[in-house]
Design a protein around this ligand. Structure first.
Ligand SMILES: [Zn+2]
Length: 139
């Protein structure tokens, strides 16, 4: 059994986990969003600056327009995966068996899609360097 020393162990979240969690790309501990994605009326409300390291999330004016293309890509990916799944699982049913579930699920994933698109876009195209010394969980 591997022995772990809790005194020297550090918690450094990897980039994909930080993207999925919606945490700041610079410190990876401050939340980008004010509320949980389950809070349907406020899922899109973001902090303007990181609550932990004060990084401005909208790195330039109009930065979030790029996230719309991310969102579009995720939606198309979902559409393709669901389309092929329905085709193979239900042996090519009529068109309504594609349209209804794909439309319903596309609407249901809007909060998740919105948030993951912004988070992924900021992490990949914000060109913000990770600074482990700012992560409050490592100290
Ligand atoms: Zn931060």
């Amino acid at each position: 059994m591997e022995k772990k020393d809790s005194q020297t162990a550090t918690y450094a979240p990897k980039k994909p986990f930080a993207m999925f969690d919606g945490t700041c790309p610079q410190c990876r501990s401050g939340n980008m969003f004010k509320y949980s994605s389950m809070k349907i009326s406020k899922f899109d409300e973001m902090h303007t600056h990181c609550p932990n390291c004060n990084l401005r999330f909208e790195v330039e004016p109009g930065f979030w327009y790029g996230a719309m293309f991310m969102s579009y890509g995720f939606t198309i990916l979902l559409l393709i995966v669901m389309g092929f799944s329905i085709f193979y699982l239900f042996n090519d049913p009529s068109v309504m068996y594609y349209i209804v579930p794909i439309t319903v699920i596309s609407i249901l994933v809007v909060p998740f899609n919105f948030r993951i698109s912004r988070s992924v876009y900021l992490h990949l195209f914000g060109f913000i360097k990770y600074k482990p010394e700012l992560n409050k969980k490592i100290k």
